[in-house]
Design a binder for this molecule. Sequence first.
Ligand SMILES: C[S@@+](CC[C@H](N)C(=O)[O-])C[C@H]1O[C@@H](n2cnc3c(N)ncnc32)[C@H](O)[C@@H]1O
Ligand code: SF4
Ligand code: SF4
Length: 350
Amino acid sequence: MFYSDQVILEIVQLELTSRCNEQCVHCYISDGIKRHDMDSMLLWDILNQCRNIGIKQVVFSGGEPMLHPDFLNAVDRTTWDGVKIRILSNLTELNDTIIEKLKINKAHIKEIQTSLYSVDPVIHDKVTNVPGSCELTKQGIKKLTEQNIPVFITCPITTINKNSYPDVLAFAKRLGLRSGPNNMITAQSDGSGKNLQYRLDINDAVQVIQDILDNDNAYDDKRFFPGYHNLDDALPCVQNICKNSIFVNVRGEIIPQPGWNKVLGDITKKTLLDIWQNSPDVINMRKINLNDFPKCITCPDIHFCVMSLEGNANENPQGDPFVIPDYLCAYARYARILVHSYHMAKEVIV
Ligand SMILES: C[S@@+](CC[C@H](N)C(=O)[O-])C[C@H]1O[C@@H](n2cnc3c(N)ncnc32)[C@H](O)[C@@H]1O
Ligand code: SF4
Ligand code: SF4
């Protein structure tokens, strides 16, 4: 474990590959750049560094990480004392060999996270643009669950699957799995904003909040409860940024968040530790706080804020992470009103 100004680097997320066998309409990686695998020698070097630092969690993501030719070896090499692995995958490439590998290393597997957009193949496959993908993802979920490998199902909500998430959460519940909807699609990292055509309009996004409140026993989603954000730690979006985690893209560049083309360092030139400790860009990123967002300081909706620096940057023509899209403030305002009404109604009933 490494300490720097009381900041501990614990989590490293690796973009094993930008390649993917799906073309999800909302994906923050635009199709044009889904082409490259992380060089295996670079991958071994990064994992060695992670081992030496004593990283507690390595996240394998992509693109589709199971497409990397050395995916199995990567799992094998992430088994030092105290490390856990998370894998973000669409599970369509899951096969018996991978399941066996995950079983052997079960002690190190924290969770496999997968996205199910609908239990209805017509809708799910319309999001992924791959016929048959829904069945493969569902089968993958079931196979992992049979082996007691923990799966978390996320359901990013787009205009295509806006009515599907309750069935997805029910599907997860039947299998005894944790799950959660995500109704906040961030803009693509190429700045084109093309994927935002699939983001819910504000009325539909608000409807999701209402639905979650109406079913809050089923939806264990703390985002909608006041007091969730600790204001001493500034805005939620900056609470974690370069505080305990870092992201490495397919080229070995350090970025603050997945889907944000803001390079803070290059692992092919400097060590992970050196970048974490000394990169001026990392240090500056770590210093961002509430004072950098004057309009947020007195905002009554801050407990409900889902604004993110990468979302701001990707949505802004100049790539400015400090310019907040109006949509997000409107969303937080509605969320506060709905949640307060919900609690007031509950108090009246009690
Ligand atoms: C980029 S994918 C990579 C891993 C794998 N291919 C998968 O889909 O699970 C990681 C997660 O990000 C979600 N995601 C992709 N684009 C997004 C966006 N623009 N906004 C919010 N979530 C997004 C995906 O649905 C998936 O749950
Ligand atoms: S969300 Fe995941 S599965 Fe879908 S296109 Fe993006 S990387 Fe591929
Ligand atoms: S809702 Fe808008 S103004 Fe309020 S804290 Fe979030 S980003 Fe800032």
